[in-house]
Design a protein around this ligand. Sequence first.
Ligand code: C6P
Length: 407
Amino acid sequence: MFNISKIRKDFPILKRKINGKPLVYLDNAATTQKPQTVIDSLVDYYTYHNANIHRGIHTLAEEATAMHEEARSKIAKFIGAKSTKEIVFVRNSTEAINLVAYSWGRSFLKKGDAIILSESEHHSNIVPWQILAKEKKIKLYFIPVKDDGKLDLDYFKKIFTPQVKLVSLVHISNVLGTINPVEEIGELAHEVGALFLVDAAQSVPRMPVNVRKLDCDFLAVSGHKMLGPTGIGFLYAKEEILSSMPPFLGGGDMIREVYLDHSEWNELPFKFEAGTPNIADAIALGTAVDYLEKIGMENIFRHEKKLTDFALRRLGKLSYLSIYGPKTVENKTGVISFSVKGIHPHDVAQLLDQEAVAIRSGFHCAMPLHQKLQMPSTCRASFYVYNTTEDIDRLVEGLDKAVKIFQ
Ligand code: C6P
């Protein structure tokens, strides 16, 4: 049952007032707010269970280890991974992609190989590959984004050569909200023997994602965009691929044995988790997964689609406003970028803040996409499970007010 007023009560921050007005939080693509259960989970861990994991044999150490590994199991189940060996805790999606670039990329790619990305990638799925491309002399191709925000798959098929060893693609664009056809693209990648990485930073929080159905080789996720704390995320990778990869960072916990002249690596996934991990936040991410599962990802997807559809219709009627990317929810959800005629996006965001409406303005860490679509910096409203149509009404009222002030 999707009961929005009950859900809203779970998020204490939504009771806050900004400038004397109730907060409308529409910056969810940047980070989501946290339910009380996630906040309580952090307090509970530090109050009753705090200890280092995988090391001590005292009660607290065993409790902390069990709680940490239980969180990993919840995440594995949530995305349909075969085993917990396939879930590596990292800080965020950025670190997950860098792990693949540094470990897999440096070991398996050679001069003349190629990687396919798209023009709609977040910087975190461009820059690590640029660094690797320069070092290894490999080629990067970019699937073009069409004016309607969709990928040009005909062009994609043309750039597909046997040299392509990896296709790394965003699932849902953090600027346009476009849902890319990742299953179809993954199949094409596998046909030529390339691996397939999905940047799921915006999709795993918003829709049901099953890695076995997707058949991706790697999946990068940030916990803070799915009700979890900042500083924790995960990389999913198929077990056989992770097994073949060398460690990313060296140090404690990722080793089985250490000698002065060599070391032997720990089993998966610990081989990729050097040093004391972010224990409390991993456990709280497990609690966030419990919360999402209780509501149901299908319900969350449906709710956001409805909100996005409502917002597209409401914003579409404003003569002073241009919307970028898909204008319907057919292949889009959760995120709408727009500009207001004659007002800089930062001014729009500031005027909306006076009305207690939080949006993001700027390039949203996707400068190449802005350049391609000849978009100046933009305003972005992004929705989540606790948003309502009243929030969108408040956005529209705020925009009307901002336009009046500037006139
Ligand atoms: N996008 C936004 O406001 P990190 O920062 O590592 O948690 O997530 C990186 C990232 C990767 N891919 C996509 C599609 C993303 O949207 C993000 C983060 C935020 O759009 C912060 S820039």
